[in-house]
Design a protein around this ligand. Structure first.
Ligand code: LMR
Length: 331
């Protein structure tokens, strides 16, 4: 009896020990996103995984889920809040339910180039926006570039009038809806994973995205024309669940913060090249004509879309729009 009790006690002790081993299991960070791996965000997620697993081996494991394979648009933010994923990087267009301020980044023709975007994102105003959703348990860790959006369609778009009556897929953004209404086109909200099929079946006639997204989702195969408008920005905010992040052990958090700084620098350095490579691949595929606008033609798009700014001045804040616009002047 005593013997068998001792056996049982040993068993309990052994279980206790394995319980301890469990407690020391690595922290798992699930990083879910909606794009392909050969895009700026896809590459950033993989680099983050690599560096974390090198420097925090045994302490943290990162599982990356690309291409909406775990959660797609609409679900990924809820999943972050409920703790089902720990890192996501939605495009800045996808935050309007959480703060109207980030609608800033969707304003058409806001930034002249990526250098201006960098200046604004690194400014105090830009950095404050990373913290603007902490009351909602969302912490912004960094901005990641994809780049400037181009218009694609099954019709050659040279002037705003060419877009009239066409149906364009938009991300879940009221600003982007207004942008297409401004050229008398019909916007239709659709999640990223549905865009290819939407274009293929004619549910929509056109879309807007940087080259890396167009190419990696094969959208060029179902779009005869791309107009190089550079009319707006598609960038990301790398975000985490505030409670999760602040509950990490201090040494782990410090190392993760360092890694994010490194990954961010690399993503933002490489993004434009990935877009240019994707553009070359589209040209090689010969599926799609890429239209370059004259300055006059581009000016017409700007003039047609610019009234959208006034419509969103109140929710975004005039000062914020002014600060972003000022970043167009190199210091
Ligand atoms: C889109 O929905 O078009 C983009 O936000 C996808 C992405 O994450 O780049």
């Amino acid at each position: 009896m005593l013997k068998s009790f001792c056996k049982a006690a040993a068993c309990v002790l052994a279980l206790g020990a394995s319980g301890l081993a469990l407690a020391a299991d690595p922290i798992i960070i699930k990083f879910s996103h909606v794009v392909a791996e050969q895009t700026p965000k896809g590459q950033g997620a993989l680099m983050f995984k690599k560096l974390v697993e090198e420097r925090l081996a045994g302490k943290v494991r990162v599982d990356v889920y690309p291409n909406s394979s775990l959660f797609g648009d609409g679900k990924e933010m809820e999943a972050l809040l409920s703790g089902d994923v720990q890192l996501i990087a939605p495009s800045l267009a996808k935050f309007e339910q959480y703060t109207p301020k980030l609608q800033l980044f969707d304003l058409p023709f806001l930034f002249n180039d990526i250098a201006a975007v960098d200046r604004f994102q690194l400014s105090p105003e830009g950095q404050n926006l990373l913290k603007s959703m902490e009351g909602k348990n969302i912490t912004g860790l960094a901005y990641w570039h994809n780049g400037m959006k181009q218009l694609s369609a099954n019709k050659a778009l040279r002037e705003p009038a060419d877009a009239r009556g066409l149906k364009f897929r938009v991300q879940a953004s009221a600003v982007l809806e207004e942008q297409f209404k401004a050229v008398r086109a019909n916007p239709r909200k659709m999640s990223f994973a549905e865009v290819y099929q939407g274009l293929q079946t004619g549910v929509v006639n056109g879309a807007e995205n940087p080259y890396s997204n167009i190419y990696s989702q094969k959208m060029h195969e179902v779009q005869k024309f791309i107009t190089e408008t550079d009319h707006g920005l598609l960038d990301y905010m790398l975000i985490t669940n505030t409670k999760f992040w602040s509950g990490l052990p201090a040494d782990v958090k410090t190392e993760l913060d360092k890694i994010i700084v490194e990954v961010t620098a690399q993503v933002n350095k490489d993004a434009e090249k990935l877009n240019q490579d994707a553009k070359k691949n589209i040209l090689t595929a010969k599926t799609t004509e890429i239209i370059t606008l004259t300055p006059e033609q581009r000016g017409k798009w700007r003039e047609a879309m610019k009234p959208v700014w006034a419509k969103f001045e109140a929710p975004i804040g005039a000062d914020l729009i002014k600060a972003a616009d000022a970043a167009n002047q190199a210091q």
